[in-house]
Design a protein around this ligand. Structure first.
Ligand code: NAG
Ligand code: NAG
Ligand code: NAG
Length: 305
């Protein structure tokens, strides 16, 4: 009897969750039927709350109310916002059609009696598509998103590709994420905020080292943005394009140019996190350069932490 009731409940939750995600019903959590069920629960801890506009990762995802604490045990909205913001850039990179749904099922679960998290397969599919990009910037897929924590679709109620209509096709991963030549100022600023320094430099030569491409710079360099480097480090700077041994990086084809180069220290090495041709004749470039010099990265800008 108990089991039957539980099954029925699960089915209902499943339907609600699918509905919310599938048909983008605004504010399923505040439907009066549901509110009734919700308020009937004697649970002082969990609460439904509106997804605020500045929770950029999940605002507008298709439902208006989320559950707190969420599935990552964030207790307060401030904590959710802070933690979620570092994932916005990954969503912008469009590595997988399900990235946002996956992340939001954890950061801002649909407001149902019980939070419904992602299925393992969805997790694995997003991870496989997106972790190469994270790695290129020196970040690893975090343990809190370890896919083996999430249930199998056949066994448990969860958010899957099947019940959300997310297409299975991931976008082709850009072979060389730091070499994206898109002059989109937002993307460049995001890159910069994931970096520790920005310099103007010429390239002496590039070589291949294991799976990476090693980029040796000419001695003369100019700091564009005060970073973590002291003069000694700056002079000797050698950068690595992670997993980039053979990736097509147009910018590196003509090494006579000056470049705007961004990087960050990971372990003992400096990773190349962005490279753009230095083109002061280009208005867009000048604008970006100006922004780079003055833009304040807030804690909320940090990427993939
Ligand atoms: C994920 O969690 C499982 C089970 O706890 C563990 O065996 C595995 O090593 C973890 N994977 C990673 C990449 O940390
Ligand atoms: C999900 O959909 C795929 C193909 O559309 C199907 O093969 C698979 O069995 C479905 N999984 C579940 C658990 O329904
Ligand atoms: C510069 O930084 C490196 C690494 O952090 C350190 O070993 C070195 O002593 C520093 N040099 C100066 C002149 O501060």
């Amino acid at each position: 009897m108990q089991a039957l009731r539980a099954r029925a409940m699960m089915r209902e939750m499943f339907l609600l969750a699918s509905l919310a995600l599938l048909s983008r019903v605004p504010s399923i959590g505040s439907s009066s039927d549901y509110e009734y069920v919700w308020n009937a629960r004697d649970d002082g801890q969990r609460r439904c709350t509106a997804i605020p506009e500045d929770l950029r990762l999940c605002h507008g995802i298709g439902y208006a109310q989320m559950l707190l604490p969420n599935l990552l045990d964030h207790e307060s909205m401030a904590e959710v916002k802070q933690q979620a913001s570092s994932w916005v850039p990954l969503v912008h990179r469009r590595c997988h059609a399900g990235t946002q749904v996956f992340l939001c099922s954890l950061f801002a679960p649909v407001c149902l009696e019980k939070a419904v998290g992602p299925c393992r397969l969805l997790c694995e599919s997003v991870r496989d598509a997106c972790s190469p990009i994270m790695e290129a910037f020196g970040f690893v897929w975090p343990e809190m998103l370890n896919c083996s924590r999430f249930p199998l679709e056949e066994k448990d109620l969860c958010i899957s590709k099947n019940n959300t209509g997310i297409s299975d096709e991931s976008e082709p991963t850009p072979a060389c994420p730091p070499c994206d030549i898109d002059m989109n100022p937002d993307v460049i600023l995001q890159n910069m905020c994931a970096s520790e320094f920005a310099i103007k430099a010429k390239i002496k030569k590039t070589t291949i080292e294991n799976a990476d491409k090693k980029v040796i710079l000419q001695k003369r360099k100019k700091e564009v943005r005060n970073g973590a480097l002291n003069n000694t480090e700056l002079k000797k700077l050698v950068l690595y394009l992670k997993n980039g041994a053979h990736c097509p990086c147009q910018q590196l084809d003509n090494i006579m140019n000056h470049y705007l180069i961004m990087g960050r220290k990971v372990g003992k090495r400096y990773l190349l996190t962005g490279i753009h041709q230095w083109d002061e004749k280009n208005r867009e470039f000048r604008r970006v350069l100006n922004e780079i010099k003055t833009h304040k990265c807030s804690a909320l800008d940090s990427v993939f932490k």
